[in-house]
Design a protein around this ligand. Structure first.
Ligand SMILES: C[S@@+](CC[C@H](N)C(=O)[O-])C[C@H]1O[C@@H](n2cnc3c(N)ncnc32)[C@H](O)[C@@H]1O
Length: 183
């Protein structure tokens, strides 16, 4: 049995009801899903999920866990930084989840994936993560303070937070955004 996915981020877990409300708008995309902790959360909430990552071994473990639980998760291997863009038509997702992944040039394409009324839930590291001595240090992977909502100027901000989550080896300086495309 493959190792189980880590616990969901509390920020994402707190969006469960908002995510559930997008079910009629289309499936949910977990972009750069890793082991799929948020794909699993969304699927357990009743959403159909596309879980995209470039790491085939993580996707295999996720697919196996999804099969065992009979969850509607389609694990898809793709490169989110491909010059060809993401392999989806515009406006095809009711929700998009992105956690602990940042590729700034992709922000407009992520917003364009949302169906009218669709929800973006995004959480990733800020540059203060460097103070903790673990995690990413490359500025390309670290948000400036206040930057996350500015990456999505066409979406209406529902919730925007920044701060230190957890402690010790699992502590992380994170920015979180929930934003909606106009219906
Ligand atoms: C820190 S992990 C976060 C995983 C998951 N979102 C979470 O929060 O548990 C970053 C993930 O991004 C994936 N990734 C990095 N660059 C990628 C790319 N260009 N295309 C697709 N996935 C990518 C990695 O394979 C890894 O699984």
């Amino acid at each position: 049995m493959p190792r189980r996915a880590e616990a969901p981020s509390p920020f994402v877990a707190a969006q469960r009801e908002r995510l559930r409300a997008t079910v009629s708008l289309g499936p949910c995309l977990d972009l750069a899903c890793g082991r799929g902790r948020h794909a699993l959360l969304a699927a357990r909430a009743g959403l159909r999920v596309v879980a995209l990552d470039r790491d085939a071994s993580l996707l295999r473990k996720l697919a196996s866990e999804a099969r065992a639980e009979r969850l509607a998760i389609h694990a898809l291997r793709a490169d989110a930084e491909s010059p060809h863009g993401l392999p989806f038509p515009p406006a095809c997702f009711g929700a998009v989840l992105v956690t602990r992944f940042l590729f700034r040039p992709l922000a407009p394409a992520i917003a364009a994936l949302l169906a009218p009324g669709g929800l973006l839930v995004y959480e990733t590291f800020t540059k203060r993560q460097r103070e903790l001595g673990h995690g990413p240090t490359n500025p390309a992977f670290l948000l400036e303070s206040g930057e996350l909502p500015r990456l999505f100027p066409g979406l209406a901000v529902v919730e925007s937070v920044e701060g230190l989550a957890g402690a010790g080896a699992s502590g992380a300086w994170l920015a979180g955004l929930v934003a909606r495309r106009a219906g």
